[in-house]
Design a binder for this molecule. Structure first.
Ligand code: NAI
Length: 822
């Protein structure tokens, strides 16, 4: 039954999907649909020839293994892909490989079919015709095209098909890139567009922008324009590839890949196709001129220099005489490569040291207008801003849609209109006009109406300029709480330089870390203690979450290392005790606490989550006790909580009725083994879902698909616990593994040492960890207090701090940002 003629389906009713085309995008999309719990059929063409390997095995072209080769290989590669496409590598079981000839009829059993074959209109049309012959009415069909006409693709298909057809343009890799552009045609039923939006947002965790069916849609259209302008300006201003990259990357709030590194990744041949697509379909002469094929790109492609996939593009990697890799860059004058040259200038340094994308852009673009770098940056940015303004109402509904597309699809920190506001709309329009540019009439009219920016904020709502005049309220993503907006609105309750407690409504507060890298130091711990006291007195509960790049990368090692190097052991002990005591205050708080960690949550960051009543992870939470990497063991309660977790899993928790089902202290061992391995090897989860395998999470912990909604959801959980009559958990005496467990763990350490898997220092650290996790030299099954385990943590930590190899590891981490194996 057709969606448009029946009650609207909800996104949860979409359980099965098929993806046609198992290349880069098809495989990535299939994996991400599997991440959402869907059963996925992945189809590709039947190969025409046997590989040598297949022939060697005696297979023929009739064997399923051969016929399904393309999709089969794609699924096998998924389990090994780096970065991981699946939240859990075992979920390849949710994807069934097949081929379009033998398995076409299976499309009759799917709720959503995604076409992701090569970017050719004729091929896509053929595939859509085949899909129509097999699908049942009502099935959603979408195409993943980079920018072909969606309506042209659907020509020749039935009305019912066209009502259920649109583009869902995912960005690569689909798991990690937030943007999906949904492109309906005039025939797409509005309910279908809405359903697709709901599916992409709530099931796949994506950010959706609805785009018009124009060449390359929004992000690729503006992104490609920006690249072409940058290429032309690089030549005009006589800059090198490195100089242009230094000016169009983080200095403008854009990714490190900037322009030329990004082009190498995308593929220069692909770029030419995208450029052709706009030029051939644009009705605007000036635009067609900008989208002419740049001679330089044509030359590179003609000589087989396509970027990373061919080993050379604007950059290439070469091995020097010592076998070390070094990067060379293209000299635009000679088209030869030479050693990469570091770029530095006062303008770039000023942008680098400015805080935040807005300040960086201001520093770069507002610099001395005689500076060549500043002139280049202004020229490329100016062109992109004017082009974006001219496209509002043409390729996208609004400035918001363009800004979101560039932020979510190209990882820009600010969209063009946000950037324009940041550098000063009025002054920059004035400058553009002085330079003879034509500013779109709606922007001029907007300024004449007396506005000074495209966005205006009032009472935590953001309004944007509409091309027809007047402000429109920006539709916020549902369930998103913005701590930045609340703080700007004066809702901070208390704070230290490292953290703030913010009122997030309904008598719930959120403790936000905002120290450098969100590392936990004395000021963050003080804020935790003050917050615990404040929440107990005045609030219904506490959320631990923040909007930093990462939730928390661990404890601040700098002070610790300084004290250790100075041999100030009392000071080191004070630091540990202060950490442990702060965590205990969270654990014993008489109000519910929910932690919502996102992205990197390491070491002390994990220890700050473990006292919470519920840990709400996101798919992209990388969770791990990684202290051994810096020569230490967790000593902020991490080992103690691991021992408690082992006890609970073994069925020995007194709170849960110890010994129920005949559990004995011997049952602790497998759980201790697993936790020991997790901590000793500093294992980190590859996703929120994968974190359960570490053994640190409790049954009540969970993962929320939409990372952006984590603070609102954590608040909802706090209120739920409060309404249920929350009381703090009683302190429990912990059943421990004792001497016997320690001996088993120590034997494992010995075996790894003897087989050369670990260094002598790794073995020393692991030995201390075994001692703490098993509860030391006491009898198996003895019950100890939490404080006893904290004392063991502290003692082991102190002794490791005195080791020179541990100090080397800490110092290496602080200077190089990665662990040292010594
Ligand atoms: P790809 O070349 O990696 O994969 C294309 C797949 O289509 C191959 O597995 C091929 O066997 C299959 N195929 C070719 N002809 C077929 C036919 N007649 N029937 C069924 N399958 C057929 O290409 P990629 O990069 O995965 O692109 C797929 C689509 O996604 C294209 O439309 C592309 O423009 C679009 N896209 C690509 C992005 C990227 O970054 N690679 C990003 C967003 C969209």
């Amino acid at each position: 039954m057709s969606i448009s003629t029946t009650r609207r389906r909800s996104a949860t009713a979409v359980r099965t999907a098929a993806v046609i085309g198992s290349g880069v995008m098809g495989a990535g999309i299939a994996a991400h649909l599997a991440n959402s719990g869907m059963r996925v059929l992945l189809l590709d063409v039947v190969p025409g020839e046997l590989t040598n390997e297949e022939a060697g095995k005696g297979l023929t072209l009739d064997d399923a293994a051969v016929r399904n080769r393309l999709a089969g290989r794609a699924v096998a590669n998924m389990a090994r892909s780096q970065p991981a496409l699946l939240y859990d590598s075992s979920w390849t079981s949710r994807i069934r490989p097949g081929n379009l000839t033998d398995d076409l009829a299976l499309l009759g059993d799917t709720d959503w079919i995604v076409e992701a074959v090569v970017e050719r209109l004729d091929v896509k049309r053929e595939v859509l015709a085949a899909i129509e012959s097999a699908r049942r009415p009502g099935t959603l069909v979408t195409t993943n095209t980079s920018g072909l006409s969606v309506a042209a693709m659907a020509e020749g298909r039935s009305k019912e098909f066209r009502e259920h057809f649109a583009a869902t343009h995912f960005f690569n890799p689909p798991r990690y890139m937030k943007l999906v552009e949904i492109v309906p045609t005039e025939d797409t039923a509005p309910e279908v567009t809405e359903l697709l939006e709901e599916l992409c947002v709530s099931r796949l965790g994506k950010g959706v922008v609805v785009a018009r069916d124009t060449p390359n849609f929004i992000a690729n259209r503006i992104g490609t324009y920006g690249m072409l302008v940058t290429l032309a300006d690089t030549i005009r201003f006589g800059l090198t590839v490195e100089e242009a990259d230094a000016l169009t990357g983080p200095a403008l709030g854009r990714p490190k890949t900037a322009t030329y590194r990004m082009l190498d990744l995308v593929g220069l041949d692909t770029l030419l196709h995208v450029v052709d697509n706009v030029r051939e379909r644009s009705g605007d002469e000036a635009e067609r001129a900008v989208f002419a094929r740049p001679q330089l790109l044509e030359e590179l492609v003609a000589s087989g220099r396509l970027g990373e996939k061919s080993g050379a593009g604007f950059y290439r990697k070469r091995k020097d005489a010592d076998g070390r890799s070094r990067i060379e860059s293209l000299r635009l004058g000679t088209m030869e490569y030479g050693p990469q040259v570091r770029v530095s200038s006062p303008v770039i340094d000023a942008a680098k040291s400015a805080k935040g994308a807005a300040a960086k852009a201001k520093a770069l673009l507002g610099a001395n207008p005689k500076d060549r770098y500043a002139q280049f940056a202004w020229s490329t940015v100016k062109a992109t801003l004017l082009y974006s303004a001219a496209q509002v109402g043409v390729i996208a509904e609004s400035v918001v849609d363009i800004d979101r597309a560039m932020k979510w699809g190209f990882n820009w920190e600010l969209g063009p209109f946000e950037l324009w506001d940041a550098i000063g709309l009025e002054a920059s329009v004035e400058r553009m006009k002085e330079e003879g540019e034509i500013v779109p009439e709606w922007v001029e009219a907007w300024l004449r109406e007396g506005h000074a920016s495209f966005y205006e904020t009032s009472e935590r709502k953001r309004f944007y300029a509409s091309t027809s005049g007047g402000l429109r309220e920006e539709r916020q993503e549902e369930d998103v709480i913005s701590l930045a907006a609340l703080k700007a609105d004066g809702r901070s309750v208390l704070g230290t330089p490292g953290a703030s407690l913010i009122d997030i409504g309904d008598d719930v507060v959120c403790l936000e870390f905002h120290s450098p890298n969100n590392a936990i130091g004395g000021d963050v711990l003080s804020a935790i203690r003050q917050s615990a006291a404040e929440v107990s007195r005045n609030w219904r509960g506490l959320v631990l979450a923040n909007e930093g790049r990462n939730f928390c990368v661990g404890a601040n090692l700098m002070l610790l290392l300084m004290e250790a190097q100075a041999g100030e052991w009392d000071e080191v002990e004070d630091i540990i005790r202060f950490f442990q005591d702060s965590m205990l205050r969270l654990k014993r708080l008489d109000r519910p606490v929910v932690a919502a960690p996102h992205r990197m949550t390491l070491g002390g960051g994990v220890e700050a989550c473990l006292p919470a009543d519920v840990i709400l992870l996101s798919p992209e939470t990388y969770f791990g006790l990684v202290e051994t990497g810096v020569g230490l063991i967790p000593a902020g309660g991490g080992c103690k909580e691991a021992a408690i977790s082992a006890m609970q899993r073994a069925g020995l928790s007194a709170a849960a009725g110890a010994g129920r089902g005949g559990a004995t202290p011997g049952d602790l061992q497998p759980h201790l083994n697993a936790l020991f391995e997790t901590i000793a090897l500093a294992k980190t989860s590859t996703s929120g879902h994968d974190a359960a395998k570490l053994g640190l999470l409790r049954p009540q912990d969970r993962t929320l698909v939409r990372q952006d909604a984590r603070i609102a959801e954590a608040k909802r959980l706090v209120l739920e616990l409060d309404r249920a009559g929350y009381t703090a958990p009683e302190e429990e005496r912990v059943a421990i593994g004792g001497r016997e467990s320690k001996a088993v763990l120590a034997m494992g350490v010995q075996a790894m040492r003897l087989s050369g898997h670990i260094s002598a220092h790794d073995a020393l650290i692991a030995g201390k960890l075994a001692h703490v996790l098993s509860g030391g030299d006491v009898r198996q099954g003895a019950r100890v207090s939490e404080q006893y385990l904290l004392d063991l943590e502290c003692e082991a930590f102190l002794s490791l701090c005195g080791e020179s190899k541990t100090q080397e590891r800490m110092s290496h981490m602080l200077t190089k940002g990665k662990p040292l194996r010594n």
